[in-house]
Design a protein around this ligand. Sequence first.
Ligand SMILES: [Zn+2]
Length: 555
Amino acid sequence: MSWFDCSSFWASLFGACVFTVSAAWANPSENMKVKNIIYTEEMLQSSVPEGLSRIRSNISTKSFSTGERYFPVLLVSTADYKSIDSAFVFRMFNEEGFGENGYYGSVKDYFIASSAGLFKPTFDIYPITLSNNFRSYQSDASFILPALDLLVERNDFKSRASKYEKTIPFIILHPLFKDDAEKLCGDFFNHAFALRYSINKVYSKNGYSFNDYAFIGQKAKGKSSSTNSKDVDMLGSYVHEFSHVIGLKDLYSADENGYATIGPLPYDVMSLGCYNGNGNYPPVFSAFERESMGWLKPIEIENNDSIYELKNISGMQAYAVSNPNHPNEFYLIEYRPAVGYDSKIEKSSYSGKQGKNGVFIWYFDFDETVFASNNPNKDVNHQRAEVRAVLNKSQEYFSNFSFVNKGGTANVDGVFNVVFDGNDRVCFTVKRSKTLDKCPDIASSSSVAELSSSSVSSSSVEYSSSSSLATVGLPGRHMASGMQMLLSRGILNVETPMPGKKTLRFYDAIGNMVGEHSFVESSASIDISGWNRPIFVQLDVNGRLLLAKRISTLP
Ligand SMILES: [Zn+2]
């Protein structure tokens, strides 16, 4: 048996998440061939990942995608291939504002940005050396299990293990370029999977248990033998596969020739967006993905004359238009300006088409089982996760909120009169006849009140802390030292020595904005003594979210 036949198990599947480039790296117009693991019903049984069960439900099961979490990363060398330097890999995964090799931030930065600080993963890097040559490992499990056996013997692992989950999710990085590895063993494309499928059980050793994992190559194309830190793979590979580990599914699908032509190609990290900006600017999680993680609850639009204000997705806000007869079929409206990780949506590689920034109108027909199979967009005529329109400054509108399930009819006509207020927010109406020239002045308390009343929702935004001055998010890169936010006798004193425009936004417990204050000086004092209820405050500096706190003026 040749090493190409190494796994009959995989031969029965399509494999996962590998993008085999079909043309020269530099040509962005070419499509690429893809594989993705298709989970059968038999495999899944009742093991739908916790995250996705949150969609359209009030289930708030515990998962490992909120708060401060720690994950081991096995940085594996073999007898014949050496790893990239572990100190460098640690920085690449964890360093705030990491910018080497074209990366727009570290892996950790990406998840902090996507969660507005609600999920702060730390990746502990453990160098592991397997004793045999790479090609002697003939399945992903035959590579993973001996690496785990070495991991659990390490004293540094043992001393940190209390920080990990009960069943420990992990990342394993093999020392080659992914396609070179795949030539040696068909299992070795980049993928995420679970040991309960690959070896039919959770793996336990020395009292530690392991199941979910991401299996990813360390090196860039043509660099399998290099140990130079410049030759590491792109950010999008690590972010995409780890997003599977926390519960997301592939949104790309392939045509009959195996090319990735179906799905929200440049718009989503779980599609081909992980290739945006040469793979170093994966787009942040969409509102759907944030809802899947339990980080965001969209606000249902009501059919009235209100002016709807929609913050940049970094403000953790989105609107929904749901099928009244089938709550799992819905549209989501989110604002995605060309900032940060989203700044290369118009510069995707290998998507076959470029995206554009603006207000995304997503359509979803969510089915837990279909999504769990990892191919929700396989039917080109009925994609279950699709960007139906992107509205930008040319004053386009969207007026086709149509549903296919149970005769559902939307109670709003569309999204009209979209007005852009820089990168911070847009405003729109849901009635064609209601005109709008500019966003209401958010400094005016009356207009803010009007906005609040128009966006009342029965679902509440979940904040992770209930103490009166708890910091729930520190998502910023370039965090300034000397920054302070203190509440004293009803006066909120904010000090931030960074230059630029600072904006404080205040929200009530269900996510409605109740006030905003902008300033350019290094400090500001805001009287909030009249607000006798808990308030959530976010601080932006030059449009970048730096701090989120829950504060209370209650005694
Ligand atoms: Zn994938």
